[in-house]
Design a binder for this molecule. Structure first.
Ligand code: ADP
Ligand code: TRP
Length: 316
């Protein structure tokens, strides 16, 4: 039996190279070794996407993204959360065994509170739905970026608590956070994030790559422009880069031009593959449907076990 790997991404906008190195790449790298579940978490994205046309487009976009990075539908199960009611069903069960003060310690909630935002119940309960996404499939590992570490801890705590109350039911998942790419920096040196306007989109066209790289913030006092180097280091090892950066000390423009070419080399094949998949949308949608059917079988078997454990199954 293969070990199981699961991870999810919200259909909430264009993916960037931070998403790729932090999470998406691991799915492709490990798809032969593990049974891979690649999940599109559309119900989670409802927090920010509340327009049906946009939601539909975003879901199809993530599907194409997954295929374009090289996930093989014969190996990986690509599926979406809203097709499997067990996710929201299990989230409710978890909510009944979780306290408010515990969830109030979640970073996402604390940040929203600090900004005096009106916090919706979905944002507050977000980690419960994520725990359900994960625990239904008994994964051994969950590759994510460092920002998701706490969510993984909540999933583990919730599994442990359920197991304590109702008997061993859930396997405790391990977060897989790759040290070198746990926090991929953006063009301004902060964590690359859709919400900070500092991304390099994963499927950017050449001109867009150029624009993003030229906007990377450099400090004139630096010998090595550290923001340029940090992004470059995703594509080439230090042993290759350091001599180059030393040779071109202070020549930011030339270094940026090199980075543009390296990014183009890395992005272009995936960008082309994505364009091909765009033309084969019906086939892609069939892959999603079949993925959801496979996942549904696993989720409903697990749910039957859970219902038995909590005593709501009274069929004799
Ligand atoms: P964003 O912060 O851009 O909205 P998401 O929340 O959609 O990104 O993240 C999707 C996945 O990509 C998660 O596993 C997250 O940890 C990972 N990720 C996002 N940004 C980065 C980053 N800058 N470095 C490493 N991983 C990241
Ligand atoms: N919270 C994750 C993010 O914002 C998305 C997510 C939802 C997820 N469910 C998941 C990630 C299950 C891994 C496993 O990026």
């Amino acid at each position: 039996m293969k070990k199981v790997l699961l991870s999810g991404i919200q259909p909430s906008g264009r993916p960037h190279i931070g998403n790729y190195f932090g999470m998406m790449k691991q799915l492709v790298d490990l798809e032969s070794e593990y049974e891979v579940y690649a999940l599109i978490v559309d119900y989670h994205a409802m927090k920010s996407v509340q327009n049906p046309k946009e939601m539909k487009e975003n879901i199809m976009a993530v599907l194409l993204d997954f295929l374009a990075i090289g996930l093989d539908p014969k190996k990986a199960i690509i599926f979406k959360q809203s097709d499997i009611a067990e996710h929201t069903e299990l989230a409710w069960i978890f909510e009944t065994i979780t306290t408010m003060p515990y969830l109030m310690r979640a970073h996402a909630f604390k940040d929203a509170e600090a900004k005096n935002k009106e916090i919706d119940v979905g944002t507050f309960n977000y980690p419960m739905l994520m725990a359900a996404d994960i625990l239904l499939y008994s994964p051994d590992i969950v590759p994510v970026g460092a920002d998701q570490k706490q969510h993984l801890e909540i999933a583990r705590d919730t599994a442990e608590k359920f197991n304590r109350i109702f008997g061993k039911t859930f396997k405790l998942p391990e977060a897989m956070i790759m040290k070198d790419v746990a926090v991929v920096p953006g063009t301004d040196g902060q964590k690359m994030s859709k919400s900070y306007n500092n991304t390099i989109p994963l499927f950017a066209e050449y001109d867009e790559i150029k624009k993003c790289v030229m906007s990377i913030v450099t400090d004139s006092s630096e010998g090595i422009p550290k923001n340029v180097y940090a992004i470059h280091n995703l594509l080439r090892p230090a042993s290759e880069l350091l001599p180059l950066y030393e040779e071109k000390t202070g020549k930011y423009k030339e270094l940026k031009e090199m980075l543009i070419e390296d990014l183009e080399k890395f992005i272009a094949p995936m960008r082309e593959k994505r364009k091909e998949w765009e033309k084969r949308l019906p086939e892609a949608l069939k892959i999603l449907k079949e993925g959801s059917e496979k996942a549904k079988k696993v989720a409903s078997a697990k749910m039957a076990e859970i219902k038995e454990k909590i005593g709501v199954n009274i069929n004799i």
